[in-house]
Design a protein around this ligand. Structure first.
Ligand SMILES: CC(C)(COP(=O)(O)OP(=O)(O)OC[C@H]1O[C@@H](n2cnc3c(N)ncnc32)[C@H](O)[C@@H]1OP(=O)(O)O)[C@@H](O)C(=O)NCCC(=O)NCCS
Length: 167
């Protein structure tokens, strides 16, 4: 897969109209709503483009976020300062077009998101991810993410663990 895709910020010139990842909610979000979120600075969006055809093969979004300390599993919470919430960055949605699945692109997008957050000059203790369903939650768990106590489809990975994963 190396060298086939370029990951870059979403631009107007990217064609989103035929994006299809197998999940209607995510497809509708990417085709119709993501530009509004960008305009209002609610999220940033990065796309993987097939260099040869310029097709959009996948994307992810990032937003600033926080989670209440009480919702974090005790094993993590006890190591954290006693502030009421934990600063974090949220991967809102991450998806690959059906035509580009199973070739490592989902993993590359996730690693790119982690790299972006881990090297940003803003403090964030963890990365959170919204999983669209159980299968998606498993995708994140495979990379060391853990589920929140009360919201089982929201998962977190500390930046410290994320950095180790990158190495
Ligand atoms: C989940 C998704 C992003 C994976 O993308 P992909 O490019 O096919 O995945 P990769 O080829 O990089 O595979 C990475 C690993 O994830 C696993 N995986 C692939 N699709 C998966 C899925 N739907 N659920 C759980 N695990 C999955 C692969 O088996 C692989 O693990 P392995 O190396 O141990 O075999 C893609 O299937 C997708 O867009 N699904 C619909 C949207 C979605 O569920 N997004 C997830 C966050 S909401």
């Amino acid at each position: 897969m190396t060298g086939r895709f370029i990951i870059e910020p979403l631009k107007k010139s990217h064609n989103r109209s035929d994006f299809s990842c197998g999940n209607d909610r995510i497809d509708a979000f990417f085709r119709e709503t993501v530009s509004q979120d960008l305009k209002r600075n609610y999220a940033t969006c990065f796309v993987a483009c097939d260099i040869e055809t310029n097709r959009v093969a996948g994307f992810y979004t990032l937003s600033s976020n926080s989670v209440l300390l009480k919702d974090v599993p005790a094993s993590l919470a006890q190591k954290l300062p006693r502030y009421p919430s934990v600063p974090a960055v949220l991967i809102g949605w991450l998806a690959c077009h059906n035509d580009f699945k199973g070739m490592g692109l989902g993993e590359s997008l996730l690693f790119d998101a982690i790299q972006t957050v881990a090297t940003a000059p803003i403090g964030a203790h963890a990365i959170f991810a919204h999983a669209i369903d159980e299968k998606a939650a498993t995708f994140y768990e495979n990379y060391g993410f853990s589920r929140l106590l009360d919201q089982r489809l929201t998962l977190y990975l500390s930046i410290e663990t994320a950095k180790k994963l990158m190495n």
